[in-house]
Design a protein around this ligand. Structure first.
Ligand code: GDP
Ligand code: MG
Length: 225
């Protein structure tokens, strides 16, 4: 139960990866706090949330990491300024952007096109994947490109993570069924070929989100116990 001195039997680190805007942060928010926001801000840097649950009468603390990682972002000066205020890691100098010399700053460079600011993130890979025993590789069922990129994400994951890592392919946004661009069968076939678990979810409607995380954590438990 919610005992403050609850004994934790296991801590499992799970990473979220996949293209920008597929719903990684909202899946995490749904799982850890049962919250969802339609106008979520792009993730800057790395953050994690935890949730403690029972698996096979053991207390498992899931530590789920979320990042903008290798994504590239495009935003207006206004929204960038909002992110800056929220996170306190970017600084403006005059009209331009620059001088983010903090070692924690995830931006490697930026350039502007008109009023848009393009950001390129510094690789956070090794620290991000270190110690991860599970991964949720997320794509958006309405964005074919986000599914086409799954193979690249997998390559990066397999290049950096432990070879026994449990991987779940997650097709998110099933509530937008009429806009579907990735047939379930295509994803299922890919998952079988690559030895991944597979599920479709909606963070918005809370469909299969709990199941997706619990299945990954249960599978990790099987591997380590
Ligand atoms: P991230 O960049 O992968 O972390 O994506 P976010 O979690 O920030 O979500 C990007 C956008 O998609 C936001 O506007 C979310 O509200 C929206 N979104 C996330 N999950 C869902 C979902 O299941 N259904 C719908 N319709 N929108 C979603
Ligand atoms: Mg995010």
């Amino acid at each position: 139960g919610g005992d403050f001195n609850q004994k934790i039997d296991y801590v499992f680190k799970v990473v979220l990866i996949g293209d920008s805007a597929v719903g990684k942060s909202q899946l995490l928010s749904r799982f850890s706090r049962n919250e969802f926001s339609l106008d979520s801000k792009a993730t800057i840097g790395v953050e994690f949330q935890t949730r403690t649950l029972e698996i096979d009468h053991k207390t498992v603390k899931a530590q789920i990491w979320d990042t903008a990682g290798q994504e590239r972002h495009k935003s207006s000066r206004e929204s960038l300024y909002e992110m800056q205020k929220g996170q306190g890691i970017l600084r403006f100098k005059g009209l331009g952007l620059g001088d983010w010399d903090s070692p924690f700053c995830p931006i490697s460079f930026s350039y502007t096109v008109g009023n848009e600011v393009h950001l390129r993130y510094r690789a956070v890979t090794s620290a991000y994947y270190r110690g991860a025993v599970g991964a949720m590789l997320v794509y958006d069922i309405t964005k074919r490109q986000s599914f086409d990129h799954v193979a690249r994400w997998l390559e990066e994951l397999r290049g950096h993570a432990d070879k026994n890592i449990v991987i779940m392919l997650v097709g998110n946004k099933t509530d937008l069924g009429s806009l579907r661009a990735v047939p379930t069968e295509d994803a299922k076939e890919f998952a079988e070929k690559e030895n991944l678990f597979f599920i479709e979810t909606s963070a918005l409607e809370a469909t299969n989100v709990e199941t997706a995380f619990v299945n990954v954590l249960t599978e990790i438990y099987r591997v380590v116990s």
